[in-house]
Design a protein around this ligand. Structure first.
Ligand SMILES: C[S@@+](CC[C@H](N)C(=O)[O-])C[C@H]1O[C@@H](n2cnc3c(N)ncnc32)[C@H](O)[C@@H]1O
Length: 365
């Protein structure tokens, strides 16, 4: 697979005075605005070299904005690539654009293509669907801009978020695959690739950025740091949530038989606090003291009912702890295969709801 984040050619040497400081909006000489013919020649040259190196079943992703993306798309078609999707990367936290004479810029576009029309590429639709809460993933991705947590070794002016590369790599590669980034910058692609067990080759013209990439690579030699970054990278602020519920073996079996999971509603005074993220809850995970973990899909996302003890009794349960219960109706035929060893042991009780993001549970291979 190839991921390329080439120069967009949008830098005009623009500076502005803000809060007494001169701010420069220029990315660097490598990104300087150029005539369209030069942009086309440049894009054609590197896209040709990439195509020669791409395996028959491989695919290529190229990012851009209106400044370069039409040129990239035209060159790709001319060179024989087959375009598969144009992803709209929507940045929910995009900064405000300086000019008030047009809409705020908050998206980038990522062309995904394969080598040619008749060579089948690899796509892990299954994992994309999991990440998207069981619904087929669309070509509009909401992913925040690069966070401070991924800049601990220094800053690159156009550093891509690890979360973006996480999704791209899982969608289009298998463990052990080789990934190339011809415009590596701070090596975001390489860091995401290595953390996900893929091999990486990057090219970069600037020694300064190369050093930054090496520092980031050294950072993940530390296993604790690597696992922290991997965890952050797999988090998605829009992630669907999983309700975790412990139940004794017999009770759990009864829940699975009926497709009804319940928890005591509220504390001893009877109040019910709904945790933020509840509206994104789409799965229920049942376990017995951390063992025999099973996950099911809810019938309706973010939906729960309040039942009385009596109603539960009508379904054959014998609840003892309260008068009211939070009830989740799940589809017992939709058990979700779990790809990771799961740790849900730390807090065992039947009445305090805990929700965790789905990315904590689904396999990433
Ligand atoms: C948009 S940035 C990539 C940033 C990278 N995705 C990251 O997350 O850090 C493009 C990079 O390509 C490098 N570059 C520009 N022209 C190049 C060339 N002809 N060969 C190799 N690298 C080049 C620039 O120095 C810059 O670091």
């Amino acid at each position: 697979m190839i991921f390329a984040d080439p120069p967009y050619f949008l830098s005009k040497g623009f500076t502005m005075r803000s809060k007494g400081r001169v701010k420069c909006f220029d990315k660097g000489e490598w990104d300087r605005e150029r005539p369209l013919s030069e942009i086309n020649d440049f894009n054609k040259k590197w896209l040709l070299l990439c195509r020669e190196r791409l395996k028959d079943n491989g695919s290529i992703w190229v990012s851009g904005t209106y400044h370069n993306i039409y040129s990239v798309a035209n060159c790709m078609v001319e060179l024989g690539y087959k375009i598969l999707n144009i992803i709209v990367w929507n940045k929910p936290d995009a900064p405000l654009t300086l000019s008030n004479y047009h809409f705020n810029f908050s998206a980038e576009y990522i062309i995904w293509a394969r080598k040619s029309k008749d060579k089948r590429h690899y796509f892990n639709n299954e994992i994309m669907t999991y990440i998207n809460g069981g619904k087929r993933m669309s070509d509009v991705w909401n992913i925040p801009t690069t966070g401070l947590w991924e800049k601990s070794c220094g800053k690159h002016p156009t550093q891509k978020p690890l979360r973006l590369l996480y999704r791209i790599i899982l969608a289009s590669t298998k463990e052990g695959d080789l990934i190339l980034d011809p415009f590596a910058g701070s090596c975001t692609t390489g860091i995401a690739a290595n953390l996900l067990g893929r091999k990486f080759i990057g090219y970069e013209q600037s020694e300064e950025f190369l050093k930054l990439g090496v520092a980031r690579r050294n950072e993940i030699e530390d296993a604790a740091k690597a696992s922290k970054i991997l965890r952050k990278m797999s988090e998605n602020p829009n992630d669907v949530m999983v309700m975790i519920n412990h139940a004794r073996k017999e009770l759990k079996n009864k829940m699975i038989e009926t497709g009804i999971c319940y928890l005591r509603a509220g504390d001893s005074k009877g109040s019910l606090c709904v945790t933020p993220g509840f509206e994104r809850m789409q799965y229920v995970l049942l376990h017995t003291a951390g063992e025999d973990v099973k996950m099911f899909r809810l019938k309706t996302k973010g939906h729960f009912q309040i039942w009385t003890k009596k109603t539960l009794e009508q379904y054959g349960f014998q609840p003892e702890h309260a008068t009211y219960y939070v009830v989740l109706l799940f589809d017992k035929n939709k058990e979700i295969p779990l790809g990771k060893s799961i740790n849900v042991k730390e807090r065992i009780n039947t009445y305090r709801a805990r929700i965790r993001p789905l990315s904590d549970f689904v396999g990433i291979k």
